[in-house]
Design a protein around this ligand. Structure first.
Ligand code: HEC
Ligand code: HEC
Length: 277
């Protein structure tokens, strides 16, 4: 700003120092006009050379993020706002959720949400993998946040550790067989059957809805690989032991079913015997 002041002072000095041979009134008027012109010039110079306030708000985006922004401005902006800062009553801010959350929500078809509902549902995705990546890149560059790593997400996995971790951390909501289950107030933990490796990883990183976030401090990347392998290789390839699985809620449900069927059979048998005698 000093340079502007210097400039302004220089201009004023030049204005004052000029020898003029006109009447006082006209001279004053002329000086006032020139002063105004000089001030406008200085103001103009300031706007041109001052650090752009806008440039600080919007750091340059990468090419992929720009593509993502274009998609976002069409499909997401009504609920999440112009710079993903959220819209009261429609959608939360996406600043800091990271590309992991976007990848989870968009690749599983939950977003764009069709209408306000208690819980966004899994649907066929509306965007290609490439577009999902671009949307994620945009949100990542806007506010940072967790990202799903590239490469094989089951590398060096240990199935039995995975099973143990699954039973401790996930089965209370998603059930022992990962078939899902109801939670309070109309919400539910969905079945994990349709989830891909990347979606499972992204769900753990982002904690959608009522699901807690399992950051790398709680469950290390290697343990995440163990869990993913256990879900994909053990649970999905259901080694069915035969009989009704009854949603795989465990031995008590199956026991209850046998018990009820048995009681009914005994009652009928005794009625039949009583009728005969
Ligand atoms: C009709 C409104 C609506 C539209 C359109 C919409 N969203 Fe959402 N979005 C929501 C609501 C409401 C939630 C929170 C509900 C939930 O978590 O299930 C949400 C949650 C999210 C989240 C999770 C945020 C978090 O905290 O982890 C992400 C990511 C997201 N939206 C991305 C998108 C993207 C990307 C699009 C466009 C392709 C989009 N949304 C379009 C309403 C909308
Ligand atoms: C407190 C209950 C709870 C726990 C514990 C929990 N989840 Fe979830 N999970 C949910 C809910 C609720 C959703 C649905 C979120 C939504 O629809 O926005 C979900 C969604 C998911 C999905 C997405 C399924 C799909 O449709 O693709 C995956 C994958 C997942 N969870 C994996 C896990 C794993 C792995 C663990 C353990 C490390 C775990 N969850 C622990 C409640 C839970």
């Amino acid at each position: 700003m000093t340079s502007d002041n210097d400039r302004r002072r220089g201009l004023l000095a030049r204005l004052r120092g000029r020898p003029v041979a006109r009447s006082r009134g006209r001279r004053r008027l002329g000086a006032a006009v020139r002063l105004a012109a000089a001030l406008m010039l200085a103001g103009g110079a300031y706007t041109v050379f001052a650090p752009g306030v806008q440039a600080q708000d919007n750091p340059p985006l990468s090419a992929a993020a720009n593509e993502g922004k274009a998609l976002f401005d069409v499909s997401c902006v009504t609920c999440h706002g112009r710079n993903a800062q959220g819209v009261e009553g429609r959608g939360p801010s996406l600043i800091g959720v990271g590309s992991a959350s976007v990848e989870f929500q968009v690749s599983s078809g939950r977003m764009p949400m069709a209408r306000q509902e208690a819980q966004a549902m899994r649907k066929p995705p509306q965007f290609t993998d490439e577009q999902v990546r671009q949307l994620g890149q945009y949100i990542q560059e806007l506010g940072g946040g967790p990202q799903v790593p590239q490469g094989d997400l089951r590398e060096g996995a240990n199935l039995s550790t995975g099973g143990e971790l699954f039973r401790i951390n996930c089965s209370q909501c998603h059930a022992f067989g990962a078939g899902g289950g109801a939670l309070s107030s109309g919400k539910y933990a969905p079945s994990l059957k349709p989830a891909s490796d990347r979606q499972i990883y992204a769900a753990m990183l982002s904690g959608p809805q009522n699901m807690p976030v399992f950051g790398d401090n709680q469950i290390s990347p290697q343990e995440k690989a163990d869990i993913i392998a256990y879900i994909q290789e053990t649970l999905k390839h259901d080694q069915d032991q035969g009989g009704f699985n009854l949603g795989r809620y465990g031995p008590s449900t199956e026991g209850l079913a046998i018990f009820l069927v048995g009681i009914v059979a005994l009652v009928f048998a005794s009625l039949w015997i009583a009728g005969k005698s």
